[in-house]
Ligand binder design. Sequence first.
Ligand SMILES: Nc1ncnc2c1ncn2[C@@H]1O[C@H](COP(=O)(O)OP(=O)(O)O)[C@@H](O)[C@H]1O
Ligand SMILES: [Mg+2]
Length: 146
Amino acid sequence: MDTVRNMVVMRFPSRAINIGFARTAIAIFASQLDFTLDELDEIKIAASEAVSNAVIHGYKGREGEITVICRLFDDVLEITIRDEGEGIADVEKALEPAFTTEPEERMGLGLVFIKEYMDRLVVESTAGKGTSLVMTKSPVQARVSS
Ligand SMILES: Nc1ncnc2c1ncn2[C@@H]1O[C@H](COP(=O)(O)OP(=O)(O)O)[C@@H](O)[C@H]1O
Ligand SMILES: [Mg+2]
């Protein structure tokens, strides 16, 4: 993972309608690599889970800004999704299956899906300052053929 081949930065308000926009825009960016349709679906799920977490948990319905940075390396897609919201009190706990701070409404599986569907996930969060997720994925085909 060395030279950046392409890059897109998106910044938008934390409205539910923008979750679908980000999901599709990220998938279109990702399609520059040889991902299978299944892999693109996994990327879409990871993207929408991350952006909806920013909307729901980061800003709790208040209006804030979400930043998405997509970077393309030779055969690696890197997606950064950042909010300047509440932050996560205990990141390790948040990553546990079925852990949610909203047990009546949610299943606590969003971060689990992201970890499962992407090759790598790094979560950085500071209470009161916000959260940043960096996730990477390579097409399985690229790894086999190169
Ligand atoms: N961007 C975020 N800002 C603040 N808290 C978050 C963020 N993303 C996740 N969390 C915390 O981590 C928990 C687990 O997230 P997740 O696995 O997506 O499950 P769910 O969204 O169903 O609660 C959330 O309940 C929330 O407390
Ligand atoms: Mg979630």
